[in-house]
Write a protein of this length. Structure first.
Length: 62
C-alpha cells in the first residue's frame, strides 16, 4: 500500500507495480498497532484506542 505524504495535492502518482500486481494507494493503514493516516494526524488512532478501551471497560463494569 502506498501513502502520499505531500502537503500539496499534485496529479496522482503513476501506478507502482510489483510482481505484476498494482500496489494500492490508501488514506490510512494500521501498522504495528498504530493507525497512520496520509495527513499524519493522530485523530483516527485516538478514536481506535478509545473505542477499544470502551469495549474492554464495558466488560469490567458488568
Amino acid at each position: 500500500m502506498i501513502m502520499d505524504f505531500r502537503r500539496k495535492k499534485y496529479s496522482p502518482p503513476s501506478p507502482l507495480v510489483i510482481d505484476d500486481r498494482t500496489v494500492e494507494i490508501v488514506q490510512h493503514i494500521k501498522f504495528l498497532g498504530s493507525t497512520i493516516s496520509s495527513n499524519l494526524k493522530w485523530e483516527l488512532n485516538v478514536v481506535n484506542i478509545v473505542k477499544t478501551a470502551q469495549q474492554r471497560l464495558y466488560f469490567l463494569r458488568r
